[in-house]
Design a protein around this ligand. Structure first.
Ligand code: SF4
Ligand code: SF4
Length: 131
């Protein structure tokens, strides 16, 4: 599909979010929704990133802070458990890392080209508090 630029859309045009709404959309998981081509969910912002967040399941306490504060709904959580990051919709802003309360952090920013498994192997140590 060819996307229109913001200045090519006619003033007052309606850009539908969904092609068809069956039942209560809030009860469907993101991937199960019938998105219209004009919904931003169908576009990827992956190539905007210079740094990416990497998630460390072993340290996460499922507080959901990252899910609440991510401006792009790019944190994947199922049944109040943090599952991972939707890298198609993550723009690499780092907000999730800032709001993650654990020490060591359960989310950290790494270079976009870093391998996730290698990032997990090189996870920084717990930060000691100064007395
Ligand atoms: S880096 Fe930003 S966009 Fe990506 S998951 Fe974290 S808060 Fe969301
Ligand atoms: S903010 Fe950190 S500890 Fe809380 S759910 Fe997200 S990754 Fe886990």
């Amino acid at each position: 599909m060819d996307y229109l630029g913001w200045d090519q859309v006619e003033a007052g045009a309606v850009l539908p979010s969904f092609d068809e709404v069956k039942g209560d959309i809030a009860l469907l998981k993101q991937a199960e929704r019938d998105y219209a081509p004009t919904n931003s969910y169908t576009a990827s912002v992956a190539d905007w990133r210079v740094f990416k967040p990497v998630f460390n399941r072993d340290l996460c306490i499922d507080c959901q802070n990252c899910w609440v504060f991510c401006p792009d709904t790019a944190i994947i959580a199922v049944d109040k458990k943090m599952v991972g990051i939707d890298y198609e919709h993550c723009k690499g802003c780092g907000v999730c890392v800032d709001v993650c309360p654990t020490n060591q952090k359960s989310l950290l920013m790494f270079d976009e080209n870093e391998d996730n498994d290698r990032a997990l192997q090189n996870w920084p140590e717990k930060i000691k508090k100064e007395k």
